[in-house]
Design a protein around this ligand. Structure first.
Ligand SMILES: [Zn+2]
Ligand SMILES: [Zn+2]
Length: 323
């Protein structure tokens, strides 16, 4: 499914079979989860995507061909995440922050991704998939899970955690947070009974609309929804010293707000991308929790439908394209 130009639906196309170059593998895609970032690319909200482009950066599949110098074997089950390549020698890479690499290339944005039958990836950035997850249920771990996990880590040891936007990422991270002994408060769009129900079933002790105040102050909030207006709303729900972590790559403008919302050492920060270390750590943790992914599968040819439903907030859990 090819994006020719932002603002237009994806087009079903026959592309030449990709071949792995030196250091690369070709993966037979079995499932590729849909991320809100895909929507931002389609909607032209992220600058300079590769065009035409195959979207998709939560790829679960099996290696079927390896390029020169690759140690992975055909038949290995792997995941291909968002971080597709880094230079390895900029000051960010050299200080353990490859997520901020000056020259990073991202899967399904600068590099063709997984809305396809096959994808080629740099073997060094592929992640081994945990046992006990079929491709359909493993795929959402690869961005919703990983970025969510990085966001959760940046909340420190916050005991009372608010999740704004209870979609693909929040439904996974709520489970990790509960397992770590945190208390979870879920915020959804007004009237999203299904989302609130899912949140409660995954251990949230309270679920309500994003405009509501939680029953008690929060120590941290993660904003997954791409809605800047939620930042002051989340700040208002925080106790002293709390942090708001913005997990998305794109957000509408944050409205101005009185300084008193930030006062008393509250802070606002963002999360950008992931490191391979985040990936390995989270994929090792997921089966221990165990994190259960709730999915809505779509055949690859219905990618536009999946994107439209995500845009409209009509997906419960994670949308996943299957092959
Ligand atoms: Zn993503
Ligand atoms: Zn770098």
């Amino acid at each position: 499914m090819v994006l020719d130009v932002p603002g237009r639906p994806l087009r079903e196309a026959e592309l030449p079979e990709p071949r792995p170059g030196p250091g690369q593998v070709r993966v037979r895609v079995e499932a590729c989860a849909v991320c809100r970032t895909d929507l931002h690319i389609v909607d032209g909200e992220l600058p300079e995507p590769k065009l035409p482009l195959v979207l998709g950066h939560q790829i679960a599949g099996v290696i079927d061909e390896v390029g020169e110098g690759v140690e992975l074997e055909p038949g290995a089950r792997v995941g291909i995440p968002w971080l597709g390549w880094t230079d390895g020698d900029c000051r960010f890479c050299l200080s353990g922050r490859e997520n901020l690499c000056d020259h990073a290339r991202f899967t399904g944005y600068h590099l063709d991704g997984g809305y396809a039958e096959a994808a080629v990836a740099d073997a060094r950035f592929c992640l081994g998939l945990p046992d006990g997850y079929d491709p359909l249920h493993a795929a959402p771990l690869l961005c919703a899970g990983l970025i969510g996990y990085r966001s959760l880590r940046l909340t420190g040891d916050a005991a009372r955690l608010g999740l704004y936007g209870f979609g693909s990422s929040a439904h996974l991270i709520a489970q990790v947070a509960r397992w770590q002994g945190r208390r979870v408060f879920a915020f959804t769009r007004e009237g999203d009974a299904e989302g609130q129900e899912l949140a409660r079933s995954l251990g949230a002790e309270w679920a309500g609309a994003s405009g509501e105040q939680p029953p008690e102050p929060l120590d941290a909030a993660i904003v997954f929804a791409p809605v800047g207006a939620l930042v002051p709303v989340a700040l208002r729900a925080l106790d002293k010293g709390g942090v708001v972590v913005c997990a998305g790559i794109h957000m509408s403008d944050i409205p101005s707000f009185p300084y008193e919302l930030l006062w008393e050492e509250r802070s606002v920060r963002s999360v950008a991308n992931l490191t391979r270390e985040d990936g390995r750590e989270f994929l090792e943790l997921a089966p221990q929790v165990p994190v259960e992914t709730h999915v809505e599968p779509f055949p690859l040819g219905e990618a536009n439908e999946a994107l439209d439903r995500l845009r409209a907030g009509r997906i419960t859990g994670s949308a996943v394209l299957t092959l």
